[in-house]
Design a protein around this ligand. Structure first.
Ligand code: GAP
Length: 514
């Protein structure tokens, strides 16, 4: 990570804590690694992101319904889904630093370094050749670039083979051959690579026996699969249709760092779309495009999103891609879109002995539907929005401010109600206005400190509008509305305030942009 971005990320993290967005979990006991609590402003922002997603899925698509399945599920669920046997990460320890790493991440980082070297060669050549430079031609002919590319392709292929066959010795050999060193100790003193299952387990009931072992769900999707027929039958759903869910998921991540990007307890917003076999690629493309539009409507910048197709497909998928976001630590996965075939339903049929098929009355036939899944991390959405909204600005008068330019419909508070002074009946008038607005807009009331200071505090938590009640208000029933981003103020009739603010702050209006 470049230094500027590194500092920016640190500032975002401390801002999130200072202003009540995110706290380390159980901080008074020094926290718990990779677990975080959302504070009073964080919880509001998070709820608004959920509402934006939930309404998009279930209001704007009349063939998608939402459920709320339990976190605990019958343990056979996880056998059927493949998580008991295959939800593993390869891990390796450095014997000198005693630090643990994901072996595939070490290899991916080494590959990324080689890719950076190619980029540098291209940059140098572009400077040398000027306007006539053709980057593609250069990459396909320059011997040094070709050498790097060959190494990259070989490393990718060897990793794919090793992970695919579960050959951890081959994975270790790859780490040795790529001469990967531990970033902390600087040595190549690695242990063997071992598989590590990411599921948390606990016991249900009072007797701690193997038979009572259950898992904390590592994805919400399985709660949807096991309820597929319940929902289809009781909702009289016709294929194609979707089931959406927002809920907690748990993974005992080996490398849990980068703040809320990779946590051990996190939240997913998932939707399984059940389609006719053979039509899955059409729907896969459909949902790829739709989900990107949902992200883009937030206005965080088109350039900050990109698709990343999976080359190494999981055994159950016939197509998969990520929507990556330009986080402070670079482009990383924000959402996954997967064509999961009929793998999950078929496997649940096998393990449960219950038929999980759809009867198509038009064709008069039963079939197991294929599934296209959209799966986005709520916390990663939060991080994407928070980190891109965080701005340290120098103002014309030489002063500085930190502002969260959050999309107004997602801001924890939509409007701050600020009487200019604590006397002359201004607080009473301010309360009157707030009582009128509070049913439609989350308001923040404050009368302490100079108005400039109060504006800054609202900037820091991303409140898009401040209403100031002054002596003129008592005379002509007008207030000033200050815009967070432009800092411009305009005088508006009290009667017009509500309409104006609802327009700018409504999630429904945001949805209309998609
Ligand atoms: N049902 C499919 C599934 O769970 P995934 O790619 O493993 O797929 C989906 O996870 C999304 O969940 C990711 O794109 C990411 O946004 C989020 N996610 C996964 N692991 C996470 C973690 N440890 N912390 C925070 N978010 C995570």
């Amino acid at each position: 990570m470049a230094n500027v971005e590194d500092n920016l990320f640190k500032n975002v993290i401390s801002h999130a804590k200072e202003y009540g967005f995110i706290f380390p979990s159980s901080e008074i006991y020094d926290g718990l690694s990779a677990v975080y609590d959302y504070g009073q402003n964080g919880a509001e922002l998070k709820n608004n992101i959920k509402e934006y997603w939930w309404k998009f899925m279930t209001l704007l698509h009349d063939n998608i319904v939402g459920i709320d399945a339990a976190i605990f599920m019958h343990p056979t669920t996880w056998k059927a889904s493949g998580h008991v046997d295959a939800f593993n990460d390869p891990m390796v320890d450095n014997k000198d630093s005693k630090k643990r790493y994901r072996a595939d991440v070490l290899v991916e980082d080494a590959i990324a370094k080689m890719e950076e070297k190619i980029d540098k060669e291209v940059e140098k050549a572009a400077k040398r050749f000027g306007e006539s430079f053709n980057a593609e031609m250069f990459k396909s002919t320059n011997p040094r670039v070709l050498e790097y590319q060959k190494k990259i392709d070989e490393a990718n292929q060897r990793m794919k083979d090793a992970l695919g066959s579960g050959d951890m010795a081959a994975m270790k050999q790859l780490i040795i051959d790529l001469e990967i060193t531990d970033p902390i100790s600087g040595t190549k003193n690695w242990t063997d690579v071992r598989q590590f299952n990411l599921m948390f387990s606990t016991e249900i009931g009072s007797v701690a026996e193997e038979a009572n072992k259950i898992y904390l769900r590592p994805e919400t999707a399985q709660g949807i699969f096991v309820n597929f027929l319940n929902v289809q039958k009781t909702g009289r759903m016709k294929i194609p249709f979707g089931i959406a869910q927002i809920g907690k998921a748990f993974r005992n991540e080996i490398v849990a760092r980068q703040f809320i990007f990779r946590m051990r307890e996190f939240e997913q917003m998932e939707m399984q779309f059940f389609v006719k076999p053979g039509e899955e690629m059409k729907w896969y493309e459909f949902w790829k495009a739709k989900r990107l539009k949902w992200h883009l409507a937030l206005g965080l910048g088109t350039e900050n999103y990109r698709y990343h197709d999976h080359l190494n497909l999981a055994h159950y998928a016939n197509a998969a891609c990520d929507i990556q976001f330009n986080f402070p630590m670079g482009f990383k996965e924000l959402e996954g879109i997967h064509s999961r075939t009929d793998f999950d339903l078929k496997s649940h049929e096998k393990y449960s002995g219950k038929k999980l098929q759809y009867f198509d009355s038009e064709d008069n036939q039963n079939f197991i539907p294929y599934v296209v899944e959209t799966s986005v991390g709520l916390d990663r959405c939060f991080l994407a929005i928070l980190s891109k909204s965080y701005k340290e600005e120098k103002l014309d008068d030489g002063s500085e401010r930190v502002v969260l330019r959050l999309p107004a419909p997602l801001a924890p508070h939509k409007v701050a109600i600020l009487p200019l002074t604590k006397k002359d009946g201004l607080p009473e008038k301010a309360m009157e206005i707030m009582n009128e607005l509070k049913y439609d807009l989350r308001c923040f009331y404050e009368e302490k400190d100079a108005i400039g200071k109060r504006y800054r505090r609202q900037d820091a938590i991303g409140t898009p509008y401040c209403i100031t009640i002054d002596h003129q208000t008592l005379e002509d029933n007008t207030v000033t509305i200050r815009d967070r981003d432009s800092m411009k103020q305009e005088r508006v009739k009290i009667a017009d305030v509500k309409g104006k603010l609802i327009d700018a702050c409504s999630i429904n209006n945001l949805l209309r942009k998609i």
